[in-house]
Design a protein around this ligand. Structure first.
Ligand code: SF4
Length: 335
């Protein structure tokens, strides 16, 4: 059975007498144990998607349409009480701001024991043993010492491992990780990604990994959703998209990777900026920045088409497919 199924999800924000669209018509699914990335620049709506799935939309945000099903059960209509049995336990979250995720006045051990005893009737001694084993699983070399430390006594890399350990204790079926390694240096980032991937594989936990960085997601996710201005514009296998990006926005993101710049040359950039919620362009929202924009892109919204690499919403791809199909017909007729 599909683990998470998001269909035509729309999210809006009420702001200064305006009702602004933040997510439009988002559809995708995640199978048990599958690792899926959501990628896009800041302001694309990636984090809002994570908050919408977990019913944690900030401020005046609300779900304006569509559905979010978890193992077939609709999440958008759950009560707060029902959410308490799902959030953290069956769907867990890891955020970028590690200090916000840990209680600064409790030791790591106290927080882990509390997490274990929230769903299992075990003694403190048994919970402590399980906590230490889990700290070992996330490759903390001195788990006993870590157990008695406070969050402020730990380095950023260890704090992030502790958070992963606490999440693991709750045995979730899905982890939503929002830029979990952005604040870490490159070496620590690689280690944490490796641990997260290994743990998901070993425990058959699915992952929705939110990031702005294609380099990061290529190491951990099998499938990728590319988001722009609150919409998914391309989705498919991560390696296929990285090796042969179809949508002009995805092409721009991949071209902007540091490894794509020529030696001694500045990094490539996508001209312009992500539009704000109040200034979403009509038609294909990417048209003001798109080097291939056609006149119809300004007022029509492209539908998804399958390219063989991914599902892509772009008129140019659609035209190319039509052209190729017509050429093949002409060619057959000639023969
Ligand atoms: Fe560019 Fe038009 Fe394709 Fe949008 S639909 S990405 S504007 S070519």
């Amino acid at each position: 059975m599909t683990l998470l199924s998001v269909s035509n999800l729309s999210v809006r924000f009420k702001q200064h007498h305006q009702d602004l669209a933040a997510l439009l018509d988002i559809s995708f699914s995640i199978q048990p144990g599958e690792r899926v990335a959501v990628v896009g620049e800041s302001g694309a709506g990636k984090s809002i998607l994570g908050y919408a799935i977990t019913n944690l939309l900030p401020g005046q945000g609300y779900i304006a349409g569509g559905s979010v099903r978890f193992r077939g059960h609709e999440l958008t209509s759950l009560s707060r009480r029902e959410w308490r049995t799902i959030r953290g336990h069956r769907i867990a979250m890891i955020f970028q701001d590690m200090m916000m995720s840990l209680n600064p006045v409790l030791t790591v051990g106290d927080q882990m024991v509390e997490a274990i005893q929230s769903y299992r009737k075990v003694s403190y001694h048994q919970a402590r043993q399980l906590a230490i084993e889990t700290l070992q699983q996330v490759r903390i070399r001195t788990p006993e010492q870590c157990f008695y430390q406070y969050p402020h006594q730990l380095s950023g890399g260890i704090r992030q491992r502790v958070i992963i350990a606490i999440v693991l204790l709750l045995k979730p079926e899905l982890i939503i990780a929002d830029e979990p390694t952005t604040a870490l240096d490159v070496t620590l980032q690689a280690e944490i990604l490796h641990i997260l991937k290994e743990i998901c594989e070993r425990n058959q936990v699915a992952l929705l990994f939110i990031s702005h960085d294609f380099g990061v997601i290529s190491r951990i996710c099998e499938r990728t959703l590319v988001m722009y201005a609150g919409k998914i514009v391309e989705q498919g296998p991560t390696l296929g998209i990285i090796n042969d990006p179809q949508h002009p926005y995805t092409q721009g993101l991949i071209n902007a990777l540091p490894q794509m710049a020529l030696p001694g040359q500045p990094l490539n950039q996508i001209e312009g900026n992500m539009p704000s919620l109040t200034a979403r362009p009509s038609g294909c929202a990417f048209h003001p920045r798109c080097p291939y924009a056609l006149s119809q892109c300004r007022y029509l919204t492209p539908e998804f088409i399958y390219t063989g690499v991914s599902a892509t919403a772009c008129f140019v791809i659609e035209k190319m497919q039509t052209f190729n199909a017509e050429s093949e017909v002409d060619h057959d007729t000639d023969i």
